[in-house]
Design a protein around this ligand. Structure first.
Ligand code: ZN
Length: 136
């Protein structure tokens, strides 16, 4: 075992190695020392953002929906209701970054039943709806 044993590379930062934080059940948790994003990997599945990522909440809200885009209005009301404007802006930036440059299977972040394509369409519609709501 190498002395500089590192986790997988951060999907956002490229070559930066993730730090292993802990294992809960069959899920390993990591943190990027550079961008501070949390990641998790369940069993032999793919590396995804952890629960602290702003994308988790909207995806979790529609995790059992086969067509999540139909619920965008409802999820926007629920998620954005009490969220400060800077947190909304950060959430929209995070979603746009992932849509522009996919780094993982977003459907695995919260365990959505919908396809990857449908989850990405949902995130795009959600980000647009949230932005439309906060713009004066
Ligand atoms: Zn990173």
């Amino acid at each position: 075992m190498a002395a500089d044993d590192k986790g997988p590379a951060c999907p956002r930062c490229g070559s930066v190695g993730l730090r292993f934080v802990q294992a809960t059940g069959d899920t390993s948790h990591y943190k990027c020392p550079s961008c501070r994003r949390d990641y998790k990997r369940k069993g032999s599945g793919s590396l995804t953002f952890g629960r602290t990522n702003p994308m988790f909440q909207p995806l979790f809200a529609v995790r059992s929906e086969p067509d999540p885009e139909e619920d965008v209005g409802f999820v926007t009301d629920m998620v954005a209701a009490d969220m400060p404007l800077d947190a909304i802006a950060a959430m929209v930036r995070e979603i746009e970054a992932e849509l522009a440059q996919p780094s993982q299977q977003v459907r695995e972040i919260a365990g959505n039943v919908a396809s990857e394509e449908k989850c990405r369409k949902f995130l795009a519609a959600f980000a647009a709806a949230v932005q439309a709501r906060v713009e004066p």
